[in-house]
Design a protein around this ligand. Structure first.
Ligand code: AMP
Ligand code: MG
Length: 418
């Protein structure tokens, strides 16, 4: 690989992933497993349902008894969910049955209570015929004993938690989460707890990066701010290299005060690249040691966040065992033309709307300066203009990489009524 020049976003992503493996696994309680990734295959521990059960509140009966309706049947038993039926349903008989209760011997169908009328205490009139099997959930219909219900690599969502509880998995084996450290560098930076100084720049990157990691379920450690001094920087970096992943903000480009790359190299980090043909985010660096990976992220706040999305996020997701490493993209039409300098992949902050035809429409959030953090805060996604392009016209289709917060909308988006 050409280390210094003309590395594309795709090549840089592949380079990062070559140096990243899925972590070991650990056992956690089901209650604490949301968002984790299963490191084991899960099998059903019994047939579900364990016998034929009713899908409705109603009456279990013999469908042949309803050859002509209305028909009057004698109620011989009440069966609730959790009961074992005691009696066999014979011709002219039925049992009152609740949803989830076992279907009694002799009965081959259930009719819902809405299609019946009580005649007296012990007799019910059935209004319409039913087919054999009506409203019965069959033994093993949902899952078979021993069947693989969840494979390793499954992300634990609320639905997956429901399945795990169904098979009585109180503890699950999941992939570990990486230990991540975040270091800001720069003489100009002022910490959140320091007094306001008009000459300084607030250290926003540490917190934005922290939140990007938290959004992935990782609790990073903030190492603070290192001044642009090789000695001090080396001390901080040594601490940071004890983590699985070290994110260094600022100091990665080629200014005389940018000491990050040489200091990392002096500490034994093998640097794989230090710039990528992209905008924002050109001066992004990546290196590794035997036990950790290091990202040198650009100091400009938007560049820092965009580089996290492209390079750090897939690496963290691989470590956590996710098979799907990248943010979802969708095709959207441009609301206006965009022009770019060819040769670099450009990420444009956009909001998404729907046009009259229901297609997504992407509109720039305004200034695309790499310091315009407010426009990152407003963005639904990053519109990707490929490096081969010099721009696109209004109405053209483009890929938009969705950011956090895009899975909700202000209207339900469908008709609730038939
Ligand atoms: P650098 O990559 O170190 O040359 O930084 C480029 C610019 O990014 C600096 O001039 C700062 O304005 C800004 N910057 C650097 N670090 C941070 C940070 N931690 N938080 C916010 N802005 C930063
Ligand atoms: Mg700097």
């Amino acid at each position: 690989m050409n280390k210094a020049n003309h590395l594309s976003v795709r090549d840089a992503q592949h380079c990062v992933l070559q140096h990243v493996a899925t972590l070991n696994s650990e056992i956690v309680k089901l209650e604490h497993s949301l968002g984790r990734v299963l490191a084991e295959e899960i099998r059903a521990n019994r047939d579900q349902p364990p016998f034929d059960v009713s899908a409705m509140d109603g009456f279990a009966l013999r469908s042949a008894d309803l050859a002509s309706t209305p028909a009057a049947l004698t109620i011989i038993e009440d069966i609730k969910a959790g009961d074992r039926p005691a009696r066999t349903v014979l011709a002219g008989q039925c049992s009152r049955i609740m949803t989830g209760a076992p279907v009694p011997a002799g009965a081959d169908a259930v009719i819902r209570v809405e299609d019946t009328q009580m005649l007296d205490e012990g007799r019910v009139e059935i209004h319409c015929p039913v087919k054999p099997g009506n409203d019965i959930r069959r033994l093993g219909e949902a899952m078979r004993n021993g069947q693989v219900v969840l494979s390793a690599g499954t992300e634990i969502t609320p639905g997956v938690i429901g399945v795990l509880a169904t098979v009585k998995c109180a503890r699950v084996t999941v992939y570990c989460r990486p230990r991540v450290a975040i270091l800001a560098t720069g003489d100009e930076l002022e910490g959140l707890d320091e007094p306001f100084d008009a000459n300084k720049i607030p250290n926003s990157n540490s917190y934005a990066l922290m939140a990007q990691a938290q959004a992935l379920g990782i609790e990073p450690v903030l190492l603070g701010i290192a001044r642009d001094d090789p000695e001090e920087l080396a001390q901080f970096l040594r601490r940071g290299l004890l983590f699985d992943v070290l994110l260094v903000s600022g100091g990665s480009s080629v200014g005389v005060h940018d000491h990050v790359r040489p200091t990392l190299e002096a500490l034994g980090v093998d640097m794989h690249f230090w710039r990528v043909e992209m905008r924002p985010g050109h001066p992004v660096a990546f290196g590794s040691t035997a036990s950790s990976i290091v990202f040198g992220l650009p100091g400009n706040p938007v560049s820092s966040m965009v580089c996290f999305e492209q390079f750090v996020l897939p690496a963290l997701r691989r470590m956590m065992g996710h098979p799907r490493l990248y943010r979802r993209t969708l095709a959207a039409r441009l609301a206006h033309p965009v022009s770019i300098r060819p040769g670099r992949t450009e990420f444009i902050r956009v909001v998404l709307e729907r046009d009259a035809a229901g297609d997504y429409l992407a509109r720039s959030t305004g200034s695309q300066s790499s310091g315009a953090l407010l426009s990152m805060a407003q963005a639904d996604g990053l519109l990707v203009v490929p490096s081969t392009s010099s721009g696109q016209a209004a109405g053209d289709l483009a890929q938009v990489q969705l950011l956090d917060g895009t899975v909700f909308q202000s209207e339900a988006g469908f008709e609730g009524e038939a």
